[in-house]
Write a new protein. Structure first.
Length: 137
């Protein structure tokens, strides 16, 4: 089974501190993790609610994809991430099916994941992220 489940929903925010307060009130608990992904120009925080996760994303520089997204579309849902067992195999399968990958190799993402995004032009306007858990040895 290639796409195992929705891993998280990413939400672009202008102010992570204010958004963390809002979502803490909404969920009744604080984020379990905040981290910077310098390569993507983003600071993230993660909330767990039941089996679902929400990732808030704030731009850490004005040239980051999140800054450009907010400038163009405003705050809101940015992407849907799906958990996969083998990201490289899934990237090949999806490329063979005609989906447009935004990178040739998986990148190090937040929350201990390898990630790859699919271009929204090939997914009915939805930015899709593939996530594979990094297993420490």
């Amino acid at each position: 089974m290639p796409l195992l489940k929705i891993e998280h929903i990413g939400i672009a925010v202008s102010n992570l501190e204010a958004s963390n307060k809002l979502f803490t009130s909404l969920f009744g608990k604080a984020p379990y993790k905040t981290e910077e992904v310098a390569s993507e120009g983003v600071i993230t925080s993660f909330f767990q609610t039941g089996d679902s996760k929400i990732e808030l994303l704030e731009a850490s520089n004005p040239d980051s994809p999140i800054a450009k997204f907010i400038e163009k579309k405003g705050e809101g849902v940015h992407h849907i991430a799906f958990l996969v067992d083998d990201i490289k195999a899934e990237m090949k399968r999806l490329a063979d099916e005609g989906f447009i990958l935004l990178s040739d190799e998986p990148k190090l993402g937040a929350d201990n994941k390898l990630v790859c995004f699919l271009h929204p032009k090939s997914t009915n306007g939805v930015l899709i992220e593939l996530c594979q858990e990094i297993i420490s040895s």
